[in-house]
Design a protein around this ligand. Structure first.
Ligand SMILES: [Zn+2]
Length: 93
């Protein structure tokens, strides 16, 4: 039988979980994580918040890595030269 006891990830309450309740596999199923729809929404919000933090941390790490390796790249030197030329042109005008 596709039935079992699950523990709510929000309040810790044990609840009966029935897989036959699933109708749309694309929909978020609060039954997978929480005892009620309200707690499911709270858990989903927490997951979204955690994912956002992870994504921000990864972006920050990538940006830091790029800054560290930039001075050794030819492209960044050329960019600096171009910028110097622009400044020179402005001074001449
Ligand atoms: Zn709950």
């Amino acid at each position: 039988m596709p039935k079992g006891i699950k523990k709510c990830k929000v309040c810790g309450k044990e609840y009966e979980y029935c897989k036959s309740m699933i109708t749309d596999p694309k929909m978020f199923r609060w039954q997978d994580v929480a005892c009620c729809q309200e707690h499911g929404a709270i858990y989903l919000a927490q997951v979204m918040e955690a994912r956002k933090k992870v994504a921000t941390a990864e972006t920050t790490k990538l940006a830091t890595d790029g800054a560290e390796s930039a001075p050794t790249k030819k492209r960044s030197r050329k960019k600096k030269a171009d910028a110097d030329e622009v400044v020179s042109d402005k001074e001449m005008a």
